[in-house]
Design a protein around this ligand. Structure first.
Ligand SMILES: [Fe+2]
Ligand SMILES: [Fe+2]
Length: 243
């Protein structure tokens, strides 16, 4: 199903409830009534096309109108990505850490199991945090500076643009490492934990981890397939401008 702006947002959520955190990032919260997407966006002063494109990109892994998404201002894209970062670090990570703790008390998991799980999860969280920090402190400011420099007559005067000694391609392999760690964590639960007395907590944790994995993949896909090519095009344009 291709999501369109004349569709009722409520119907879209009935069709795919995993979009709820995405619409929240745009400041739309549950209880939004019977309006269609365009009406709700207008009410919240949201760029309708950008909203619909992001929903579709998340809803269907094969949908990717890259050109269209690349035309949105980088600032809009980065604002969305940063909200997703807050969601991962401030909501999801503490939620899953809490679930692991709950598993320990509710199901009296043995110390080795719980130690293994929480150590691995702490390691994974640190890795994710490091990656997000790198994006927010290095990548995103660079992208915003590039966009600003593009509009300027003399880009050399912009102190943040380091087109010659830094390139976005340095960043491209980063996502694979974070994804691998999460895969290992799921495997610990699926393959290597001692057989539990009760299967429910393991399944609950797995469900959360698979959801997180899907959300992070969508996020990384937007960064890799939209942000990076957009930046490459800007780098190229700016180099030509200088020559
Ligand atoms: Fe990110
Ligand atoms: Fe990322």
């Amino acid at each position: 199903m291709l999501i369109q702006k004349n569709m009722k947002l409520a119907e879209v959520i009935h069709h795919d409830h995993t979009l709820v955190p995405i619409i929240n990032r745009f400041g739309i919260h549950l209880g939004f009534g019977n309006d269609n997407i365009a009406e709700i966006c207008r009410k919240h002063k949201i760029n309708i096309d950008f909203f619909v494109t992001i929903l579709n990109a998340f809803h269907d892994a094969h949908y990717f109108p890259q050109k269209q998404l690349r035309n949105f201002p980088a600032a809009l894209l980065i604002d969305y990505l940063q909200k997703a970062h807050h969601y991962f670090l401030d909501d999801k990570i503490p939620e899953i850490a809490g679930l692991i703790n709950k598993m320990a008390t509710e199901y009296a998991l043995d110390k080795t199991t719980i130690g293994l799980l929480s150590n691995f999860f702490t390691g994974y969280s640190k890795e994710l945090k490091k990656h997000i920090q790198y994006e927010e402190e290095t990548i995103y400011p660079y992208v915003l500076a590039l966009e600003k420099a593009q509009a300027e007559r003399n880009p050399d005067k912009n102190p943040f643009v380091r087109v010659n000694n830094f390139s976005i391609s340095d960043y491209e392999t980063q996502h694979e490492n974070v994804e691998e760690k999460l895969f290992d964590l799921k495997n610990i639960i699926i393959k290597y934990l001692p057989e539990p007395k009760d299967d429910k907590p393991g399944y609950r944790l797995l469900r959360e981890l698979f959801t997180l994995d899907k959300e992070l993949n969508e996020h990384a896909r937007i960064e890799d397939l939209i942000l990076v090519p957009k930046v490459k095009a800007m780098e190229k344009a700016l180099k030509n401008k200088k020559e």
